[in-house]
Ligand binder design. Structure first.
Ligand SMILES: [Zn+2]
Ligand SMILES: [Zn+2]
Length: 241
């Protein structure tokens, strides 16, 4: 029996004993190896993939049809990262699943990580995968870093090493959710530090769960650039518009 068949057989057996549940609405679903089908039929129909036309730098999707082009924000203030990729637009069942994942349902790393890993074929070649870190105090409170769990799936899919050390959040910044884009940028100034020995000269894939104003990834990327990273690409599960 081949090494490829065995994990699927094990998954199928587990699926019979513990049927998987929709990551958003928690209804039992038929076992599947297809990541998007990890959602129930109703929730899967409401998912909106990030497709062209989009900004190739920050993955912001545009309405209508036409070619990809840089968005106004990336033209006015180019980020330190080179490009960004996102699986789905933020909202509906995708947002619900992500919020559940971040609120203690760490086991959702598997279906959501598989969805993130489905971006693998579109991504540029990289040398190293690094999650956006949490501050140690926040990590201690939550118990896990959602971005690190997602990054592990993507790193395995593209066959690049995962580095969860070497990029640190040096300030425990207040929550970003109530702040506008300028306040978010200010809030995150100097909040990250990266190690030159880990990232110097390398092409880095930075992983985050949700890309909203891009302020967090911009700040983390600046630290990576200062540490000598040759290229920085961002992969995230959801892109808020
Ligand atoms: Zn559902
Ligand atoms: Zn952009």
């Amino acid at each position: 029996m081949s090494a490829i068949v065995l994990p699927h057989l094990w998954e199928d057996l587990c699926g019979l004993i513990w049927p998987p549940r929709c990551p958003a609405c928690d209804v039992p679903c038929a076992p599947t190896h297809e990541p998007v089908l990890a959602f129930c039929e109703l929730c899967a129909e409401a998912l909106v993939p990030v497709t062209s036309p989009r900004c190739p730098i920050c993955a912001l999707p545009f309405d209508g049809v036409g070619p990809d082009h840089a968005c106004g924000e990336c033209l006015r203030s180019p980020p330190a990262f080179d490009s960004a990729f996102a699986a789905f637009e933020y909202g509906g069942p995708a947002a619900t699943a992500c919020l559940r994942f971040k609120a203690g349902k760490a086991h959702l790393a598997r279906p959501l990580g598989q969805i993130l890993a489905s971006l693998a074929a579109d991504l540029p070649q990289v040398d190293i995968v690094a999650p956006v870190p949490l501050h140690n105090r926040r990590l201690a409170r939550r118990g896990y870093n959602p971005s690190a769990l997602l990054a592990a799936h993507l790193a395995a899919a593209i066959g690049a090493p995962l580095r969860t050390a070497g990029l640190w959040r040096t300030r425990n910044t207040p929550s970003q959710t109530q702040l506008n884009i300028n306040a978010r940028k200010k809030n995150l100034e100097g909040a990250f530090l990266a190690d030159e020995r880990t990232f110097g000269g390398l092409r880095v894939l930075l992983v985050d769960d949700v890309l909203t104003t891009t302020a967090t990834c911009r700040a983390a990327s600046r630290a990576l650039r200062q540490a000598g990273a040759a290229q920085i690409h961002v992969a995230c599960l959801l892109r808020a518009t």
